[in-house]
Design a binder for this molecule. Sequence first.
Ligand SMILES: [Zn+2]
Length: 220
Amino acid sequence: MNTVGNEDVITALRSRSARDRVWRDRFEQHLDQIPHLLEVMREQRVPLAATRNDSERVSGGGGSTPLPFRADPVDDCDDLWGALVEYLGEVSERLQDPAPAAVGATWAIDGAARGMPSWIDGDIAYRAGYVLIAWLVDRAIEIRDLRMKDSEDHLFGLVRKLSLRYTVTPIERPSRRRWCAVCGENAVAVSWVTDDGGEAVCRVCGETYPAPAEALVDGQ
Ligand SMILES: [Zn+2]
């Protein structure tokens, strides 16, 4: 059994360090999903010419322009990569810290990042995504103080939507698990990606614990 009482938990949640930890858990868990999501979307980008015929051609315009790739994963991948690059660009500018070179794998309109160039395959997409999220996670403390809530809500909302759409099981850091007061296992985890409210659930017995974000709002 664990030995932490409810009072201790509440006190801890109200402390600054606990608030920071919640912010950081949510930040890291959303970013952690990105490389794999980019890879999955990129790998679903099969050239239509190899699989389908005229039925998949783009309608409108000339009516017969062949669409080289399946549109949805390409668009979704562009959206996620574009949002990530824009977010990182803002962080880089505000921290006066040069962005990693991988942001260069981007096509842009009027200086705004819109997506990945067509030559990027799943493997490169994964590695480029990993470089960017590692850069961000390394600067988590400074980024938290920038208070970029709107940009983060946009990027993280996209991660949750695409994780659901591509049925990617959220990646979790086992080190983030906490002890369950009911079954005693070190198996209580918050899945910010499946539920942005932040409710914690024991993976062994199913016991749920209140969303830390709510407890923190009360404590402020
Ligand atoms: Zn349990």
